[in-house]
Design a protein around this ligand. Structure first.
Ligand code: HEM
Length: 380
């Protein structure tokens, strides 16, 4: 894919350095804190404006990805894109397509890969995405100002310029920058966007769960929801967790490789063996969840209606490779979801019943909802 550069497909010292650098930089730019909260709230306004323009049923999935993408773009490039921007639209659609193709047989059995059309198409897509990212990075490099730091790319470029130790020069180079940017853009867009789209689909399918709105009206009213409201919104919180559990967006997490011979639960696994952590096995575990195959927010509520954490809730995976954007993603899911539900009720298009809304996913590298349309009906 990218010869081990960047974060997702990197290993060893380079991965360690890039992961550490990315986490520190994301935190400096407010991941999980006030700064990203402000960015997300600003984006909520654009999202609501966009939803309001649709007087009839529409497919919200690509719009949700635009919103999610603008958050990670803001952190990386210091700017958001207009939803009408053709280049931005193409970037997201290409990303969608690449992630879909990445789940196909050609990728899961890579030795067949080069002979298959899907593989060639995907690599073609990756090349165009790289070129777009190169253009954005080049523009940022040209306008780099040591006194104004716009985002991740500026921090990386400044570090590249100022490196003194040979050992660091090994890691801070253009290929690592390019691939980290592509990884963050891809990881930060599709996952969050699709989860939000699943959330709205569940709302339309199970109108009784729009009890979310009753809780929002009672606790928050019409003012802007803030992250700190979450602790007073146990039902909303449970619905978001249940959405993540049931939508099972990354069923196989990301392909890894054992770095040494190991015996795990009595099985010997040789160094270099490909390992796929099957998140489905824990998110749908019959011994952990009362009704593993149905949407049931009570999985995250006690008898008094308080929110309860569950150990088997692992949509971000676990361990050293756990999702690096978890804090940001959780904040986005909460603020986008609540801001939309404060203003809109989601229903199937006229003539279609709730039962007819299809929950079968489109299977790619991620599980996304089958293309569908919903009405966003203004509540006030
Ligand atoms: C609902 C949203 C999200 C979900 C469900 C999710 C889930 C995951 C999962 C399951 C992994 C693989 C962990 C493993 O390999 O075992 C992962 C990795 C990763 N995620 Fe996320 N993610 C989300 C949002 C984000 C966001 C917003 C970002 C951007 C900051 C992000 C950045 C990454 C990166 C860079 C990795 C690779 C980490 C590494 O290999 O060290 N993710 N994510």
């Amino acid at each position: 894919f990218n010869q081990g550069h960047g974060i997702i497909f990197a290993n060893g010292d380079s991965w360690k350095e890039m992961r550490r650098f990315t986490l520190t930089t994301l935190r400096d730019f407010g991941m999980g804190k006030r700064l990203s909260e402000e960015k997300i709230i600003e984006e909520c306004h654009f999202l609501i404006e966009e939803f309001e323009q649709h007087k009839e049923a529409f497919d919200n999935s690509i719009i949700m990805s635009y919103a999610a993408s603008n958050i990670i773009s803001g952190i990386m490039f210091g700017k958001r894109f207009e939803y009408k921007d053709k280049v931005f639209q193409e970037m997201i659609e290409r990303d969608h397509e690449t992630i879909y193709m990445a789940g196909s047989v050609a990728i899961l059995f890579p030795w067949l890969g080069p002979y298959l059309k899907t593989w060639r198409n995907m690599m073609h897509n990756v090349d165009i995405t790289k070129q777009h990212a190169r253009n954005i990075i080049a523009e940022l490099k040209e306008t780099l100002n040591p006194y104004v730091c716009r985002g991740f790319v500026d921090v990386f470029c400044t570090r590249m310029k100022n490196l003194e130790h040979e050992i660091q020069k090994l890691h801070y180079h253009d290929e690592n920058l390019l691939n980290s940017v592509i990884n963050l853009f891809g990881a930060g867009t599709d996952t969050t966007g699709n989860t939000l789209s699943w959330g709205l689909l569940f709302m339309a399918k199970y109108p009784q769960i729009q009890q979310v709105q009753e809780e929002l009206s009672r606790v928050v009213g019409v003012r802007q929801v803030q992250t700190e409201d979450r602790k007073n919104l146990p039902f909303v919180n449970a619905v978001i967790h249940e959405t993540q559990r049931l939508s099972n967006i990354l069923p196989m997490a990301i392909l890894h490789q054992t770095s040494k011979d190991i015996t795990f639960q009595g099985y010997f696994i040789q160094k270099g063996t490909a390992v796929l952590p099957l998140l489905t096995s824990v998110l749908y575990d019959e011994t952990e969840w009362e009704t593993p195959n149905t949407f049931n927010p009570s999985h995250f509520l006690d008898e008094e209606g308080n929110f309860v954490k569950r150990d088997a809730f692992l949509p971000f995976s676990a361990g050293r490779r756990v999702c690096l954007g978890e804090g940001l993603a959780r904040m986005e899911l909460f603020l986008f979801f609540t801001s939309l539900l404060q203003r809109f009720r989601f229903t199937p298009p006229p003539g279609i019943s709730e039962d007819e809304l299809d929950l079968k996913p489109v299977v790619g590298f991620t599980l996304r909802p089958t293309p569908h349309r919903l009405c966003a009906v203004r509540r006030h």
